[in-house]
Design a protein around this ligand. Structure first.
Ligand code: FAD
Ligand code: DHB
Length: 389
């Protein structure tokens, strides 16, 4: 079969791009390896920039977001004792929305059929072919039957481990990477959050984050060594550690409950340049990874596809080649700024195994500076709400 744009991967990047292209009248097919239920079972990001919510409003896929999303006008940094308030709303005039990645994905999935967005789930053995030409195509099999999908462009929205980035010859790209010597152990539980706002804490025992999905569902994380086994963390042990690391004030307000989900995610900074090769474009985690401190991963996927959908609309509707030619440079300019912010906040808020007493004092001095300087808080706030497109 044939389409104008073939998208690999039905995560948030692929689904959002598919909808944005359909809204421009462009034909799209998304091919996804997993089942729809598997995609919805992944618990990931929770904080949405206006960059992403604006796209959902524009698409009119926002009924549940409007009803259930929690607007947040600020958050806290903690040094393990006192809380430093970052008044994002006052400092920037913008806010973020707490609404799970799972829910964004569910809403985009539900709206696909009525908008003519075809998604093929459970596609095996996907390969990208002839991407250096103007006539690329995907091959895959489903239920044992081989398929070929021809397109003018292929968009790789298949995450960090997907085949799209790997289809680009080594000589045509460059990788930048930093792997951190710790991961985040996350717990999701149906208990009220310990505060109305998020708390990012740098305690001498390591980082902790208090987040939420709703007034009755909490999401917490703690930094653990990369080698840690989630089986060694009973719910009680994790709640005890969170109570210590979040400090006396917030820690005492934690409500405990059984874990609905508990898992460890590695932390990594990664960028692949360029984000295009021949007739292939990369977007989202397929091209870059940020450590989760600062909540930029999902939001970067959204800004990528905003740029990419504009570029592709220019190509198909106005025969304009400049947008597609400029996509990679335009996206990377924003990617690198989010990489910088995520790396800096990770460095400020975590315990590094190799760090010494001087490094600890530097973290304390920086947190103290932030507490006393509106300019410092404003810089953090404008990055947290999302830099302009
Ligand atoms: P993905 O969501 O990874 O989607 C890629 C899709 O491509 C998947 O559905 C996958 O099944 C599909 N795919 C892969 N290979 C193939 C193939 N061969 N054929 C067809 N389809 C394929 N960000 C935050 O801001 N906060 C967080 O707390 C946070 N936690 C995270 C925890 C984990 C474990 C991970 C992995 C990421 C986390 N992130 C977090 C990052 C955020 O979730 C991602 O940035 C976001 O999911 C990126 O969306 P995406 O659509 O680019 O990629
Ligand atoms: C969440 C994840 C993050 O990485 C973050 O910075 C804030 C919140 C979350 O899952 O709720």
């Amino acid at each position: 079969s044939r389409t104008q744009v073939a998208i690999v991967g039905a995560g948030p990047a692929g689904l959002l791009l598919g909808h944005l292209l359909r809204a421009e009248g462009i034909d799209v097919v998304i091919v996804e390896r997993a089942s729809a239920d598997y995609v919805l079972g992944r618990i990931r990001a929770g904080v949405l920039e206006a960059t992403l919510t604006d796209l959902l409003h524009r698409l009119g896929i926002d009924a549940r977001l409007n009803a259930e999303g929690l607007p947040h006008d600020g958050f806290y940094l903690s040094d393990g004792e006192k809380l430093i308030h970052i008044a994002v709303g006052e400092l920037t005039g913008k806010r973020v929305t707490v609404y799970g990645q799972t829910e964004v994905t569910r809403d985009l999935m539900a709206a696909a059929p009525e908008r003519g967005l075809e998604v093929v789930y459970q596609a095996d053995d996907l390969a990208l072919n002839a991407i250096e030409t103007d006539a690329p195509y995907l091959t895959y099999s489903k239920d044992g039957v081989a398929h070929r999908l021809d397109a003018r462009f292929i968009c790789g929205c298949d995450g960090f481990h997907g085949p799209s980035r790997k289809a680009i010859p080594d000589s045509a790209g460059r990788t930048f990477e930093k792997v951190y010597p710790f991961g985040w152990l996350g717990i999701l539980a149906d208990v009220p959050p310990c505060d109305d706002e998020l708390i990012y804490a740098n305690h001498p025992r390591g980082f902790a984050l208090a987040s939420m999905r709703s007034q009755t569902r909490s999401r917490y994380y703690i930094q653990v060594p990369s080698s840690e086994d989630v089986a060694d963390w009973s719910d009680d042990r994790l709640w005890d550690e969170l109570t210590i690391r979040l400090g006396p004030e917030a820690g005492s307000r934690i409500t405990r409950g059984p874990a609905i989900e508990k898992s460890i995610a590695p932390l990594r900074s990664f960028v692949f340049e360029p984000m295009a090769y021949g007739s292939l474009f990369l977007a989202g985690d397929a091209a870059h990874i940020v450590p989760p401190t600062g909540a930029k991963g999902l939001n970067l996927a959204a800004s990528d596809v905003a740029y990419l959908s504009e570029a592709l609309a220019g190509f198909f509707r106005r025969s304009d080649n400049d947008g597609v030619a400029g996509y990679s440079a335009r996206a990377l300019a924003r990617v690198w700024k989010s990489e910088r912010f995520s790396w800096q906040l990770t460095t400020l808020m975590h315990r590094f195994p190799a760090s010494d007493a001087f490094d600890r004092r530097m973290q304390q001095a920086e947190l103290d500076y932030i507490a006393g300087s509106e300019a410092a808080r404003k810089s953090i706030a404008e990055n947290y709400v999302g830099l302009p497109l």
